[in-house]
Design a protein around this ligand. Structure first.
Ligand code: C5P
Length: 230
C-alpha cells in the first residue's frame, strides 16, 4: 500500500528571525511512518521541522509552513491508498511577513493573523482523495463528540483522538492514550508508548482500508449488476 503521512508542527514566519509554531514533536507521525514501513508498505512523510531522524526507507518531503504542507500534499496525494494526517498544522499565520526584523517600539504590539488552509479538510473536496482518510484530534474536553464532528466534517474514515489535558500524554510526550472514532463505533486503546501504539494503529488502519476497499468494490459490483443488459 502507498501511505502518505503528515507530521510535526508548522512554522509560520513573522519576520526573518521569528516564527509562530506549537509544541508538536512529530513523534506520533514518525512512529507511524516507521510502523507502516515495518509492515511492508511504502511511505511518504511530509513533515514540519522536528529533531527526529527520518525512518529508513521513508520518502521525505520537509516543509515549514502550512501553505507549503498544503502544496506538498496536493502534489503527492494522487496514487496514495491511505493518508494519515498527524501534523499539528498552525490554524493561523501572520497576514504579513516583515522583510526586516520587527523593531521593538510601543508597549504593545498587535499581530494580524489569517487562517491557514485546512489540509485534511481539502483531501476529499479539493484533492478528490478517494482512499482511506485518517485524521488526528487533540482535544481538552468532549473527546468523542468533538472527534466525531471532525470525522463527519472532514470526510474521514477514522479519527484518532487524544485528550491533551492529561499532562502525561499527547504533545511532546513519549506516551499516548487514544480513542479510535469510526463512523459507527469507537474503541479506546490503553495508554502505551507512541512506538507500540503506532503498530496497533497501523494494523487498525490497514484493516479499515481492506474493509473500505471491499465496500467500494461491492458498490461497483452493484452498479455493474444494475447496468447489466436485460
Ligand atoms: O481541526 P483540527 O486542527 O483539530 O483537526 C486536526 C486534524 O486536522 C489533524 O489530523 C491535523 O493534521 C489536520 N489539520 C490539517 N490542516 C489544518 C489543520 C488541521 O490537515 N490546517
Amino acid at each position: 500500500m502507498h501511505v502518505l503521512i503528515t507530521a510535526g508542527p508548522t512554522r509560520e514566519p513573522l519576520d526573518p528571525v521569528r516564527y509562530l509554531t506549537n509544541r508538536s514533536s512529530g513523534k506520533m507521525g514518525y512512529a507511524m511512518a516507521h510502523a507502516f514501513i515495518h509492515a511492508g508498505h511504502s511511505v511518504l512523510l511530509i513533515s514540519g521541522p522536528t529533531t527526529l531522524d527520518v525512518p529508513d526507507h521513508v520518502d521525505f518531503i520537509p516543509i515549514e509552513t502550512a501553505a507549503e504542507m498544503h502544496a506538498a500534499v496536493a502534489n503527492s496525494i494522487g496514487g496514495v491508498d491511505i493518508a494519515v494526517f498527524a501534523a499539528a498544522v498552525a490554524d493561523y499565520t501572520p497576514a504579513h511577513v516583515a522583510a526586516h526584523k520587527i523593531k521593538k517600539s510601543g508597549a504593545t504590539l498587535t499581530l494580524e493573523l489569517v487562517r491557514t488552509p485546512d489540509i485534511l479538510g481539502a483531501a476529499r473536496l479539493e484533492f478528490g482523495f478517494a482512499g482511506t482518510l485518517v485524521g488526528f484530534a487533540a482535544e481538552t474536553e468532549n473527546l468523542e463528540a468533538n472527534a466525531r464532528d471532525k470525522l463527519t466534517r472532514k470526510g474521514c474514515n477514522l479519527i484518532i483522538a487524544n485528550d491533551v489535558s492529561k499532562p502525561a500524554f499527547g504533545f511532546d510526550s513519549d506516551r499516548n492514550e487514544v480513542l479510535l472514532v469510526y463512523p459507527d463505533h469507537h474503541e479506546a486503546l490503553p495508554a502505551n508508548s507512541k512506538h507500540a501504539l503506532a503498530h496497533h494503529l497501523v494494523t487498525a488502519i490497514v484493516e479499515l482500508h481492506k474493509g473500505h476497499q471491499s465496500s467500494v468494490i461491492s458498490k461497483d459490483q452493484e452498479l455493474a449488476l444494475i447496468h447489466l443488459p436485460q
